[in-house]
Write a protein that binds this ligand. Structure first.
Ligand SMILES: N[C@@H](CCC(=O)N[C@@H](CS)C(=O)NCC(=O)O)C(=O)O
Length: 258
């Protein structure tokens, strides 16, 4: 739990992640953008539960601050916004604009994120080599070593928990298309950012959660090449990249580290 007053963190934040997770990338990007020091502690599922459970969390990302642990990506962004300097805020001060940012962030968190995960995992989960690369990037040695032992069980639990079936994946694909269309529609007036004239949590959340569907070359956790991906995923990625929303996510990634 967080205390009421925020303390200036003297130590780097700790960020517990499943490194491939697009929600973890949302938190990582915010920390990078705000140039706040952090140490990432990457884990492979289900070993993340040992780390997140210790601080009262379950899913990743979890960020540990001197004020307590934050167990949701949106809570992490709101916290970071409070410690960010005035010229680097992720949420507008104007109440109407802030509401628009929060509504878009909720839409992306609640619909786009789960749909992309379901569609992506449906096509990738039977390729254990691909999954090994996706899940083991930078994780402790013993977790990596146990991948071949635990993966079949973890995969079947994940398939049930996330309802990953051919039918749900096809529905998820349509849902991604529909949210991309909504974002493309917003961009038709030539705006640079989704809300107002500056980069906000809405832009960051869209790009981070859309990343698995457009595979930006600048993404810190995925390989740029599409060659190793299943062909169904590649054809979807190529289509998403060609949409205005996809191009927008790619542009934001191009500028991610500036
Ligand atoms: N609402 C959460 C969602 C996070 C989430 O779904 N994280 C997934 C990775 S993509 C996770 O850690 N799943 C493993 C679990 O729930 O045990 C947030 O925004 O932080």
């Amino acid at each position: 739990m967080l205390s009421n007053s925020l303390t200036a963190n003297k130590k780097p934040f700790r960020l517990i992640t499943i490194p491939i997770s697009h929600y973890c990338e949302k938190a990582r990007w915010a920390l990078t953008k705000l140039k706040l020091p952090y140490i990432e502690e990457p884990h492979m599922p289900p070993f993340h539960l040992l780390a997140t459970g210790r601080v009262g969390g379950k899913s990743t990302p979890v960020m540990i601050t001197e004020d307590g642990a934050l167990t949701d990506s949106t809570d992490i962004l709101c916290y970071l916004d409070k410690v960010a300097p005035d010229n680097a805020k992720l949420y507008p001060t104007d109440p109407d604009s802030r509401q628009q940012v929060e509504q878009l962030e909720d839409l992306f968190d609640e619909q786009l994120g789960p749909a992309i995960r379901r569609w992506g995992y449906f096509h990738a989960m039977n390729d254990s080599k691909l999954m090994q690369h996706a899940w083991c990037n930078g994780v402790p040695f013993f977790e990596r070593a146990l991948f071949p032992v635990v993966f079949p069980t973890v995969r079947s639990i994940a398939q049930q928990k996330l309802n990953i079936t051919q039918e749900s994946s096809a529905q998820a694909y349509e849902q991604i298309k529909s949210i991309f269309e909504q974002v493309s529609e917003l961009l038709t007036d030539g705006r640079t950012y989704l809300v107002g004239n500056s980069f906000s949590a809405a832009d960051l959340t869209f790009a981070a959660l859309a990343a698995p569907a457009v595979r930006p070359p600048e993404h810190p956790m995925t390989r740029a090449s599409l060659e190793e991906l299943p062909s169904k995923l590649v054809s979807g990625i190529k289509k998403f990249r060609e949409t205005p929303a996809g191009g927008f996510a790619l542009r934001l990634y191009h500028d991610r580290n500036n």
